[in-house]
Design a protein around this ligand. Structure first.
Ligand code: PLP
Length: 389
């Protein structure tokens, strides 16, 4: 019988006194008493513990579980979601080459592609991902990578993973997807031929807003190469303590996702029926224009959506946000706590990136539904919406 991935896989309990959960190997270093053992540890294809910027026993348990959940041969964990994204992209592209990316990916990814890659002589073209033809039409002789986020951040535009990966494979183009929105529970893009799958573990995988990390899942060939090169040489190591927190996070990931899949559609339905709300953009709503793709790729409803308030008055929008008691405002999501991220908070920000960026309209508010009782959240929204009528 195969082992339960979350409770058992990769846990060799008899090597640590049958403790119920694995220890935190907080080591930088692992020691040898003869040259042969040291040589073997360094040269081995699947590296044995030698130095934590390379391999760590606590982190390895986390990596094996994530790879199994995503259905890939291997995974590698890094210090943040952005570390996973930048390391994976840099592993697949060099000067003089071209990337096609879905437009409006996660803000950090957008900035990486606009601020870090062009000075390295790497060109990025952004396309509307809702039409697969746009990827096809943008391919040039030097295109090496297609970067996806399905659905993308804030506006949740879906991409047809199977069709895009078919086009890419024909032309020897690698595909990468940021799968954070769905978690490994609700979408497994390797099934549709996507080569590299990334998660910000900071979000659903950790699940308690207490640790930052990221993962890259792929074939042994790709992961071994990244491990030996970009991971070691760029050096964004996940701390063993955070690996341990993520192993704990995984234990409850399926039931957290189950709760969220039941709770979020109820909150969305309430908002869709409220006259102060012009629109709710939510992939799992019956009103979502790309319903067919959502049905094909996302197993159960997830916890993020964006609302468009009817009012365009700044004071009303801010009042609605400020009057919520059970939603805090914050950048992240995927934890126990429900959050909003008002687009209006990005206005009048004098950073250079924001001065060059097309904002969404200021009446957009991004939501994340956490683990609180659904009725409590709906009551809170009702009260706050009434306060601006
Ligand atoms: C948060 C986030 C990231 C970045 O992850 P960090 O762990 O914050 O570096 C990447 N992609 C998406 C979709 C995210 O929401």
């Amino acid at each position: 019988m195969s082992k339960n991935i979350i409770n058992q896989l990769a846990e060799e309990k008899d090597s640590y006194f049958n403790a119920a959960i694995p220890p935190i190997f907080s080591n930088s270093n692992f020691l040898f008493s003869n040259v042969e053992d040291m040589r073997n540890a360094m040269s081995s294809k699947s590296p044995s513990p030698f130095y934590t910027r390379g391999s760590n026993p606590t982190t390895s348990i986390f990596e094996k579980k994530i790879a199994a959940l995503e259905g890939t041969e291997k995974a590698i964990a890094l210090g943040s979601g952005m570390a996973a994204i930048s390391t994976a992209i840099l592993s697949q592209i060099k000067s003089g080459e071209h990337i096609i990316s879905v437009r409006r990916p996660y803000t950090g990814t957008d900035r990486f592609m606009k601020e870090i890659l062009p000075p390295l002589n790497i060109e990025v073209s952004f396309v509307d991902g809702t039409d697969t033809e746009n990827f096809k039409n943008m391919i040039k002789n030097n295109t090496k990578l297609i970067y996806l986020e399905s659905p993308n951040s804030w506006t949740y535009e879906m991409q047809d993973l199977e069709e895009i990966s078919k086009i890419a494979k024909k032309q020897n183009i690698i595909t990468i997807i940021d799968n954070s929105y769905s978690s490994p529970i609700n979408c497994n893009p390797s099934k549709w031929g996507i080569d590299i799958i990334i998660h910000s573990a900071t979000k659903y995988i950790g699940g308690h807003a207490n640790a930052m990390g990221g993962v890259i899942c792929s074939s042994s060939k790709i992961i071994d190469t990244i491990n030996n090169k970009e991971f070691k040489l760029i050096g964004s190591v996940l701390s063993p303590f955070n690996s341990w927190l993520f192993i704990n996070g995984l234990r409850t990931l399926p039931i957290r996702m189950k709760h969220i899949s039941e709770s979020t559609p109820k909150v969305v339905k309430f908002l869709e029926e409220n006259s102060e709300v012009k629109e709710v953009i939510y992939p799992s709503s019956k009103n979502f224009p790309q319903n067919k793709l959502v049905k094909k790729y996302i197993k159960k409803p997830c916890g993020q959506f964006t609302i468009v308030l009817k009012s365009e008055k700044k004071s009303k929008i801010e009042k609605f946000c400020n009057n919520l008691n059970n939603f805090f405002m914050g950048a992240s999501w995927g934890g126990h706590e429900s959050l909003i991220f008002p687009e209006i908070s990005r206005y009048n920000n004098n950073s250079e990136y924001y001065s060059k960026t097309d904002f969404l309209p200021h009446n957009f508010v991004r939501f994340y539904i956490g683990l609180e009782e659904t009725d409590l959240l709906i009551e809170d929204l009702d009260k706050s919406l009434k306060s601006i009528t």
